[in-house]
Each structure stands twice: as structure tokens, then as C-alpha cells.
Design a protein around this ligand. Structure first.
Ligand code: AMP
Length: 305
């Protein structure tokens, strides 16, 4: 089953301790699609300006990403400039230029409206809400957000929480949104406002999945070199939701496997700038890495004392 994603399609300029990339393709919808397309077909909704190098998105189309919902508007594309210092877990935003995103009203193509799996990538929560009004009866609606929107559109974000089944956010965002420093309390605060599942990502320290009566934790893959963390969160979401859409299984056991698929995709994308690594890897690489995760956390629980 395919996944519908709405989110930013960006030009990113990124500095890390290992190098610089200027105006490379990025954005929440772009990373999500590149990642999820390893599991299932993807339908993308977003907007670009007339300065966007759309030919660079052909690689996504070749991988089964339907770009019929990508609007082309007069004006500047969305641009994000960020920097990572030695703590690769948190990006410092140097500049956000919304460009055509400030006038964008998402229009979901008729053929996308019966989507069963919907991912509302990181964009203005008012746009995320507009998308929900246009889809018919999804089986699973998931969303993501970031500090920029928590600060500027808090009320809309709280309204959105009442309409989604699942939210992914990183630990800093969870603390900021809930004003709780303890992540278990933060997750509970969110669960009380709508979603039945909350995934809190902690960068190189793994990810927690909370429901009303369970907690699951998956580590991050212990990589020797992290080159550029940009897109790790969206690639996580792509692996996670893509896995659920491919299997159609929303049981707790499947959700746990989905978290590991998300972590695996996050671990690939950070090995290079932009979506480069996501375009290079194969299904076999993903299967191998998921098996390595299993090895990483398996232990004999026999009590010998
Ligand atoms: P992440 O997966 O969390 O590292 O997200 C990375 C992507 O988020 C980058 O490619 C940016 O283009 C995009 N991004 C940054 N700020 C915003 C924003 N305010 N709204 C939408 N997308 C953003």
C-alpha cells in the first residue's frame, strides 16, 4: 500500500565538522520519500519555486515516488541553512526562508485522496490540518514537527494532535512542546492529547516508542562516521511508516519492527550529504542492517545467579 506524504521540498545548505553542502536537495517530504520508497510506493505533495532544480527529483520518480502532487509556483523555493557542531544530535538553524511555502495551500490530487497511510511531514501545522480535510479515511495518520513550528504555531499544533494517530519528534522538541523535562512524562502528556503512539528520537542515543501501556526502545546504529545528520528524522519516519504501509500490520510487534526499520534508514542517510546514500543503498543493505540491529540488542535472559 502506498504512503501519502506532505512536507517541505527544500534547498538545504549545511555545514558539519566534516564539510559543507550548498543548495542541495532536502526537505522533510524529500527525505521521507527517498527513505519510504525502499518499502512501498510514495505519493508526494509539496511545492517548489521556479528556481528549483526539479531534474534532481527524477531520481525519486525513478524509485516509485509519484510527483503528481508537487506544485510549481512562481517565486523562491523553501530554503534552510543549518550547522552542526561537534554535537551532531542537534542542528542549529541559521536561516529559514519559507519562499513559496508562505502562500502554499496543499491540494491533494483526486487519485491520492483515498490514501490509507498519511505522513504529515514537518511544515506549518495549519497546512498539515488542511491536508487532513482532503483525505478520505486513512488507516494511519502520522505527523512530525520541529522547534520552529512549536514556537510559532503552538495552538495549531495542539489542534493537529487531536487528529493524528502517531507523532514522531526528537527529545528536545518533545520537551519544548510539553514543557516537561522527563521524556516519560512528555510522552504521556502527548498521549493525553490524541495520538495513540508517540515516537521520541534521541539521535545517536536511539528512539523510544510509547503507547498507553507499552514502551519500546531501539538503539541507534553505532556508526563510525556520521557525516551529515540532516534528514535523519525524516528518513527514520520514511522507514517506519513505509514498513507499516508495506506490511499493513499495525500490531505492537510490527510497530516495533517498524521502529528498527526507521533507525536503519536514519543510520544510512547520515553517511552522506543530502539524499545521496538513500539513493545508493539496496533492499539487501537494509535487511542486513536490520539484522545487525537484532544482533546488537539480543542477549540471553537466563538468570544464572
Ligand atoms: P530532519 O530530518 O529533522 O533532520 O529534517 C531535515 C529537513 O528539514 C531539512 O532538509 C530542511 O530542509 C527541513 N526543514 C528545516 N526547517 C524546516 C521548517 N521550518 N519547515 C519545514 N521543513 C524544514
Amino acid at each position: 500500500m502506498s504512503v501519502l506524504v506532505v512536507g517541505s521540498v527544500a534547498l538545504d545548505s549545511v555545514e558539519t565538522p566534516f564539510g559543507k553542502a550548498d543548495e542541495v536537495i532536502g526537505g522533510s517530504a524529500t527525505y521521507f520519500s527517498a527513505s519510504a520508497s525502499h518499502q512501498t510506493p510514495v505519493q508526494l505533495v509539496g511545492v517548489v519555486g521556479n528556481d528549483y532544480p526539479v531534474e534532481r527529483l527524477q531520481a525519486l520518480a525513478d524509485r516509485g515516488v509519484d510527483l503528481a502532487g508537487l506544485e510549481h509556483m512562481d517565486g523562491e523555493s523553501f530554503r534552510w541553512r543549518g550547522r552542526y557542531r561537534h554535537d551532531l544530535n542537534s542542528a542549529e538553524t541559521l536561516e529559514t526562508r519559507l519562499g513559496v511555502f508562505s502562500h502554499f495551500r496543499p491540494k491533494i490530487p483526486v487519485q491520492f485522496r483515498n490514501a490509507e497511510y498519511v505522513f504529515l511531514g514537518n511544515i506549518d501545522p495549519r497546512l498539515q490540518l488542511e491536508v487532513l480535510k482532503q483525505v478520505e479515511k486513512p488507516r494511519l495518520v502520522a505527523c512530525d514537527t520541529m522547534n520552529f513550528w512549536i514556537e510559532s504555531r503552538r495552538d495549531d499544533l495542539l489542534e493537529l494532535l487531536g487528529h493524528v494517530d502517531l507523532i514522531t519528534l526528537n527529545d528536545g522538541e518533545a520537551r519544548q512542546l510539553t514543557e516537561r523535562s522527563n521524556l516519560v512524562h512528555a510522552a504521556r502528556w502527548i498521549l493525553e492529547r490524541g495520538p495513540t503512539t508517540v515516537v521520541i528520537k534521541k539521535g545517536e542515543h536511539g528512539a523510544f516508542m510509547f503507547t498507553a501501556n507499552s514502551v519500546f526502545f531501539a538503539p541507534a546504529y553505532p556508526l563510525e562516521s556520521v557525516f551529515d545528520p540532516t534528514g535523519a528524522g525524516d528518513s527514520f519516519a520514511g522507514g517506519f511508516i513505509g514498513y507499516l504501509a508495506r506490511t499493513g500490520d499495525l500490531s505492537e510487534a510490527s510497530m516495533r519492527r517498524a521502529v528498527v526499520h526507521g533507525s536503519a534508514m536514519g543510520s544510512f542517510v547520515v553517511e552522506g550529504f543530502s539524499i545521496t546514500r538513500l539513493l545508493e543503498i539496496t533492499r539487501a543493505d537494509i535487511v542486513r542492517r536490520v539484522a545487525e540491529f537484532h544482533e546488537l540488542v539480543s542477549f540471553d535472559k537466563t538468570i544464572d545467579a
